[in-house]
Design a binder for this molecule. Structure first.
Ligand code: TEU
Length: 572
């Protein structure tokens, strides 16, 4: 492994600063709060911290709407605090990766304020402005330039009264899309990125970066089943015509020739394995890895709020296909959850009290033993769960609020809408980090912007750190394994028993070492040598292997039947 592939042995921890640790009692997490918790993160052993956005922002989308890329929002701290964070993290051997949100800005960014000021403003073309559809008057129903639906419900176009044109916003109306066709836009972004790197940060997580190149004729999309007046614009802006060109240009303008290899990860909804090979081929100089969405879409039905329990066979097939496709060229990122997804243990494991700890450890085991760079989302290492939301008022996120408003306004069944939100709302991931059993889970001494999950007296970091059997220490051991056992980072991956409904099993092989990972995604005991499994997986050669790490009391033998939610890593 060359030095510029260091990320292959690294584990990244995602911080959602708003919900991590408040230091000044205003109820919102901040950068000094992160600094205060660096020792905890060092104890966990992570190599990199990725911070969701902390820049100046009206917070319409909790900071993913940026009004100044080169300053910190006062609720989160100051630039001096960030310098301090970088210094203190580096002193502990931890790198800092910033969120880069450049598909769109805030509508309060000076670039957009200028752009909207008149049709002949020099920055007019920095965003996507279009007149009303032919034959329609601006403001009329259906007059939007295209039928695209916004990710946050409703049309993706907003009429600006001042000039009578519409602007494109794939997300909220306070997040106008930048026009990457304009070379001045691209250079302004690159300059800002260089400024951050010069300040000492170690890379970027690039928000919806595969949306920056649009088909410039902006064709209508296929009508959507649930809202046929709107269409699916994604074929016209996901992995668009110039995306590879833009990323390569960015590489040359920002990353090439830097003394240190920086980390780049592109968040890419709708990315296929074929695209991902191109994006992550080191020879092409685009990004180190991408966040793909296939495995977090398997339990989603006709529309994104329609969720069911994932079929384990689909999950294995999907993740297995990504493992195989990027085995020779490119690299995977690995994640179960983040600030946009429900909590992993509630979704893929079991948050029932008797299974929560075992299933949280099992999920960590399976993910961290895949080939790729694992991402831990804050609180995942404690087995934090989804939040028991009672009423519509408990949902704070713009995506959830908009969905509730539009769906209930259109006469939808309120109980059904609430049930969908409980399973799918991004608010599940955004409740405060549970530090201890004091008021507000030790997150703030003030009034928290979102309430702590009521289970914090039991599920919290202080309790987990003190208990050697906790989810925390299991994650710590998994992270350590990646650093000490070369097969974890570099071994070949081979999926076993793909058709079994409850067993997730695979091997990793490297330089004469074989690892076997066995995980029981359920409560029925699994006899590994019984007739049901004997054909699919032959464990006879593993009888005298070493148990590297398990999640329950040691089994009678390495190949003894798997108990409820049991996971084992065997080595020979
Ligand atoms: O998310 C992009 C994205 O497509 C989704 O995951 C999105 O969160 C939404 O739930 C789709 O249903 C990124 C950020 O991670 C997210 O927090 C931002 O809201 C979004 O981009 C806009 O910047």
């Amino acid at each position: 492994m060359t030095d510029d592939q260091w990320f292959r042995e690294a584990v990244v921890y995602q911080i959602y600063p708003r919900s991590f640790q408040d230091s000044d009692g205003d109820g919102i997490g901040d950068v000094p709060g992160i600094i205060r918790r660096l020792d905890y993160l060092q104890q966990l052993g992570v190599d990199v911290l990725w911070l969701s956005p902390i820049y100046t922002s009206p917070q319409d989308d909790n900071g993913y709407d940026i009004a100044d890329y080169q300053d910190i929002d006062p609720t989160f701290g100051t630039l001096a605090d960030v310098d301090e964070l970088v210094e203190q993290a580096h002193a502990r051997g931890i790198r800092i990766v910033m969120d880069l949100v450049v598909n769109h800005t805030s509508d309060e960014h000076p670039w957009f304020v200028e752009s909207r000021s008149s049709k002949d403003n020099p920055k007019r073309d920095w965003y996507w402005w279009r007149p009303a559809r032919d034959g329609y008057t601006a403001g009329e129903v259906g007059a939007e330039p295209t039928n695209w639906e916004s990710f946050f419900s409703g049309p993706a176009w907003e009429l600006d009264e001042k000039t009578g044109d519409y602007y494109l916003h794939l997300f909220s109306r306070k997040q106008p899309d930048l026009n990457w066709e304009n070379p001045e836009v691209r250079e302004a972004v690159y300059e800002m990125m260089r400024w951050w790197l010069d300040r000492g940060v170690d890379g970027f997580r690039m928000d919806v970066i595969n949306m920056i190149s649009k088909v410039t004729s902006l064709p209508d999309g296929e009508p959507l089943p649930a809202t046929p007046q709107l269409g699916d614009g994604t074929p016209h802006f996901l992995n668009g015509p110039r995306i590879h060109e833009f990323l390569q240009e960015m590489h040359r303008a920002v990353f090439e020739g830097r003394p240190e290899k920086l980390l780049t990860v592109g968040e890419m909804p709708g990315v296929t394995v074929e695209d991902a090979i191109l994006y992550t081929d080191p020879e092409r100089h685009e990004v180190d890895m991408v966040f793909q969405f296939e495995h977090v879409g398997l339990d989603i039905g006709a529309h994104k709020w329609d969720r069911s329990r994932v079929d384990l066979r689909d999950l294995k097939a999907s993740l297995g296909r990504w493992q195989e496709a990027l085995a020779e060229v490119g690299w995977n990122s690995l994640y179960w959850n983040n600030h946009d997804q429900p909590r992993a243990v509630s979704r893929f494991g079991s948050d029932a009290p008797e299974h929560r700890v075992a299933s949280a450890k099992l999920l960590g085991t399976v993910l961290h033993l895949h080939r790729g760079t694992p991402y831990v989302y804050q609180g995942e290492e404690l087995g934090m769960t989804n939040v028991p939301f009672a009423t519509a008022d408990d949902f704070l996120d713009i995506e959830s609020v908009n969905y509730y408003r539009l769906a209930s306004g259109a006469g939808g069944n309120v109980e059904e809408i609430l049930a969908n939100l409980r399973l799918g709302s991004r608010d599940n991931a955004r409740s405060p980090m549970q530090w201890d059993d004091s008021a507000n889970a030790g997150f703030t001494t003030g009034q928290p912007w979102a309430p702590a999950n009521p289970n914090y007296p039991e599920i919290n970091a202080a309790a987990a750190v003190a208990d050697d059997d906790s989810v925390f220490h299991h994650y710590r051991r998994l992270i350590e394994l990646r650093h000490t056992e070369p097969a974890v980072a570099h071994g070949d991956f081979r999926l076993l028993a793909p058709d079994h409904r409850a067993l997730y099993a695979f091997t990793r092989s490297h330089d004469g070492t074989d690892l076997l990972v066995l995980a029981n995604f359920g409560t029925d005991e699994l006899d590994l040598t019984g007739p049901e499994l004997a054909d699919a997986i032959d464990v006879t050669g593993w009888d005298s292997s070493t148990l590297l790490l398990g999640n329950l009391d040691d089994p009678a033998s390495p190949t003894a039947p798997l108990r409820a939610w049991e996971a084992r890593i065997l080595r020979r």
